[in-house]
Design a protein around this ligand. Structure first.
Ligand code: NAD
Length: 474
């Protein structure tokens, strides 16, 4: 059995074993809860990526031809092993990100669900028979790309790694993944557990390090035939250029500035509480956060009052985690000056919390106009902006006046109106009278700058396979 990893010094996971960085260099992290030191992480290089790709290549053919039932058993076995290690995984996630334990547990549970869900889909038919001509037998079949590169950010690290790795494996691919250098622990631990339950060596490889060194080397490696990227628009675009040159497919899960639309016939109490949850969950460090709260003018004042009391129940260090790094912490605070300069009305928060660590008070701005920077740019902190509107048309126009299009939420008891609005919002996922983006079965992804391709659901498997047509003269 492999030795458990230490929290102090993290190495790569290549070919079913721990591997030190070839340059023997490590990156130091900061603990966001205290501002003190965090774990140090292998600073991988192109040589390390090449080693991981070579291991993946050796295992690719065997994994592709692996018996479906056995593959399913391994997926379920990993899910069970992760459940056995639920507490350790949650503690690791908390150690890296500072998120409160209930959030860390929710993330671990969601990550386990990917292996169970995709593990249950191993028998999914992989093609069709087409009635082309009486003397021809024509069929289609799905084939894996081979080596899939997975690059993930720091906000929900285990969830994002599992979200891409599980469907890619079930489609018959092998993996070279790179978590964020800030939050590498749980991805490494997941790979270690996979080896422990019997995944063949080389099927899941994790290379740690920076985006510039390791991420780019994965995307440029000629044997990597598909990349699933979750992260910022800027890096997504840069990777897109490389993928275009190499003519390889890409899934891009990028940012958001999602609209949460509250009509005057909504259940205002629920909508106000959920709206606050929508931009404070994970301290607002969620791509699908509902950061623009659009409220019909006739209920605007009463809604703001209810939001204010809901936001007062969110306490930094208790049910609100820290911002991930000193740089992000400064960046979030810089938006407070921008908001003030632009004339937004501060309702609550608007400053860092007192004490150690990188905590920000949950913040609400009212009387925001949609052209202000706080309404257009992804802040990635616990900050909601409230924008008044008059008519249904106004709400739709404001919601769509954004470079992003990840999700949208509509609150109204008038289901015809809710469906009309849902139909016209340019976003990959719409919620009506509920806000919950964690389900495994629902395809997830963006319109516009929020990206392309879909993760989650049966849909995702199709993003990890080619379709081949075979025509036979009979
Ligand atoms: P980021 O783009 O800076 O980094 C994401 C990953 O890409 C990291 O692993 C990083 O090391 C790597 N990377 C950086 N530069 C690279 C390069 N040149 N080549 C290859 N890889 C590179 O994003 P972040 O700051 O870690 O995460 C926050 C962003 O992620 C936000 O914009 C957020 O909206 C987005 N996000 C999107 C989703 C989604 O599913 N749509 C989910 C979570 C986060």
């Amino acid at each position: 059995m492999n030795k458990p990893i230490t929290l102090a010094k993290l190495n790569h996971w290549i070919d079913g074993a721990t591997a030190e960085p070839s340059d023997a260099i490590y990156l130091d992290n900061v603990n966001p809860m205290t501002g003190g030191p965090g774990p140090s992480v292998a600073a991988g290089s192109r040589a390390d990526v090449d080693a991981a790709v070579a291991a993946a290549k050796r295992s690719a053919d065997g994994w592709r031809r692996f018996n479906a039932a056995e593959r399913g058993r391994l997926m379920m076995g990993l899910a069970a092993k992760m459940r056995e290690n639920r507490e350790t995984l949650a503690e690791m996630e908390r150690a890296d990100t500072g998120k409160p334990m209930p959030m860390a547990y929710a993330e671990v549970d969601g990550s386990i669900a990917y292996f169970e869900f995709y593990g249950s889909l191993v028998y999914l038919p992989k093609g069709d028979v087409l009635d082309v001509a009486p003397d021809q037998h024509v069929f289609t079949k799905r084939e894996p790309y081979g080596i899939v590169g997975v690059i993930t950010p720091w906000n929900l690290p285990l969830n994002q790694a599992a979200r891409a790795i599980a469907p890619a494996l079930v489609a018959g691919n092998v993996i070279v993944a790179k978590p964020s250098e800030i939050t590498s622990q749980t991805t490494i631990e997941m790979a270690r557990l996979a080896t422990e339950v019997g995944f063949p060596n080389g099927v899941i490889n994790i290379v740690l390090g920076t985006g510039k060194e390791v991420g780019e080397a994965i995307v440029r490696n000629p044997d990597v035939r598909k990349v699933a990227f979750t992260g910022s628009v800027g890096v997504g675009r840069a990777i897109g250029h490389i993928a275009a040159d190499r003519i390889i497919p890409l899934t891009l899960e990028l940012g958001g500035k999602s609209a949460n639309i509250v009509f005057d016939d909504a259940d205002i109490d629920t909508a106000a509480t959920e709206a606050v949850k929508g931009f404070t969950l994970n301290a607002g460090q969620v791509c699908s956060a509902g950061t623009r709260v659009l409220v019909q003018r006739s209920v605007y004042d009463v809604f703001l009052e209810k939001m204010k009391s809901a936001v007062q129940a969110i306490v930094p260090g208790e049910n609100l985690g820290p911002i991930i790094t000193p740089a992000q912490f400064q960046r979030v605070q810089s938006f407070f000056k921008v908001a003030e300069g632009d004339g937004a009305r501060l309702v609550h928060g608007g400053a860092a919390a007192e004490g150690d660590g990188f905590y920000i008070q949950p913040t609400v701005y009212a009387d925001v106009s949609n052209d202000m920077r706080i309404a257009q740019e992804e802040i990635f902190g616990p900050v909601g902006v409230v924008i008044p509107f008059d008519t249904e048309e106004d709400a739709i126009r404001i919601a769509n006046d954004s470079d992003y299009g990840l999700i949208g939420t509509v609150w109204s008891q008038n289901i015809s109106r809710a469906l009309r609005v849902a139909d016209r919002i340019d976003a990959g996922q719409i919620f009506v009278n509920v806000w919950n983006t964690m389900s495994v079965q629902t395809p997830f992804g963006g319109y516009k700058n929020s990206g392309y391709g879909r993760e989650k659901g049966i849909e995702a498997i199709h993003h990890y396979s080619h379709l081949k047509t075979v025509t036979v003269k009979i």
